[in-house]
Ligand binder design. Structure first.
Ligand SMILES: [Zn+2]
Ligand SMILES: [Zn+2]
Length: 352
């Protein structure tokens, strides 16, 4: 393809609360790479955090950054070594490009690769852009019955899928998912696809608990009004749940996990807490032989995510709440920032 098309318009974060439209040059395609016309990008909590604060932990926005990593689009050009994709294919984009040769990658834990280039994680540019270039290895064809907007959900869904795998989730397991943000809500879909029988969802927002029920949670607990431990005991006949998926990052919720999980049960902790150290009751942990798993992003979940959405068994429309064109990325980020309780997923559509 000629160089004239190797330009893209993108929304660029310069500093907190300042996003500007710019024209950027795209690099030339490597042999294993694909040029993608970006059709939909979900706004993530992390995007909002960088937009507001300019950093997450030690990761800072030190040079202008294109945000967005929950994305899907259309293949418009392929490098000469690409064999599994062709022009016109619709794809979900797995945002973390790992090195493939370090020990973590070779052990299969490519989410832990220290060389990973993750879209929108500074200094790597993301997908609030008309076009992006991405390696074939991290692109997944989506069927015609899955919309681009839905396909953006594969990213948050992947985190729940990975958390459930880490927790040894089996068909017929009972699972309590704590925190009904996008990760918790999509984890309901993930748990159902694993065959979970009894899904209990917790949050403090009635609207989010209502959506949790509509997505397939058997029970919901508003932890601002009900006693979590008593409710779980009642629902599990004092047994406790097989698996806890903690997405809220709330200190209380993390601590309570050891009370509500069954003996020999598994806890996956997904939500980052504000605190680096949280006191957990180690007596219970040992006496009940509980296993706690840290969960960081995901590995090998994207095809599973494509298959789940392709099954059309889930009301994904409930999660896709707001839509903006590329020119209005700042408004999209503001909307997600200000309407945390009513807006679930804000979607940016760079090519409408
Ligand atoms: Zn995300
Ligand atoms: Zn690696």
């Amino acid at each position: 393809m000629e160089n004239k098309m190797r330009k893209t318009r993108a929304a660029v974060l310069h500093k907190p609360f300042v996003v500007e439209m710019e024209e950027r040059e795209l690099d030339s395609l490597h042999s294993n790479e694909v040029l993608i016309k970006v059709m939909s990008v979900g706004v993530c909590g992390s995007d909002v955090h960088y937009y507001e604060k300019g950093k997450i932990g030690s990761k800072k926005v030190e040079k202008p950054l294109i945000q967005g990593h929950e994305c899907a689009g259309i293949v418009v050009e392929i490098g000469p070594a690409v064999t599994t994709l062709k022009v016109g294919d619709r794809v979900a984009i797995e945002p973390g490009i790992s090195c493939g040769i370090c020990t973590d990658c070779k052990e299969g834990n490519y989410n832990l690769c220290s060389q990973v280039a993750f879209l929108s994680s500074p200094p790597i540019d993301g997908a609030f852009s008309e076009y992006i270039i991405h390696p074939e290895n991290f692109l997944f064809k989506i069927p015609d019955n899955v919309t681009f907007e839905e396909a953006t959900l594969i990213e948050p869904l992947s985190v729940g899928l990975h958390g459930l795998s880490r927790a040894g989730m089996k068909a017929n397991s009972s699972v309590l998912i704590s925190g009904m943000g996008p990760i918790g809500l999509t984890a309901i879909i993930a748990a159902k696809s694993f065959g979970a029988l009894n899904i209990i969802a917790t949050d403090i927002e009635p609207l989010r608990l209502k959506i949790a029920k509509e997505l397939g949670a058997a029970h919901v607990i508003n932890v601002s009004k009900e006693n979590l431990l008593e409710s779980v005991q009642e629902l599990t006949k004092d047994r406790g749940v097989d698996v806890v998926i903690e997405t809220s990052g709330q200190e209380q919720a993390i601590k309570a996990s050891v009370d509500i999980v069954k003996k020999g049960g598994n806890i996956s902790v997904i939500g980052f807490s504000r605190l680096n150290n949280i006191g957990i009751n180690f007596y219970k942990l040992l006496q009940k032989e509980i296993s706690i798993h840290g969960v960081y992003r995901y590995t090998n979940t994207y095809q599973h995510g494509v298959d789940i959405l392709g099954s059309k068994k889930f009301k994904t429309d409930l999660l896709l709440t707001d839509f903006y064109p590329l020119e209005k990325v700042q408004e999209a980020l503001e909307h997600a920032r200000v309407n945390k309780s009513t807006s679930i997923k804000v979607i940016v559509k760079p090519n409408v």
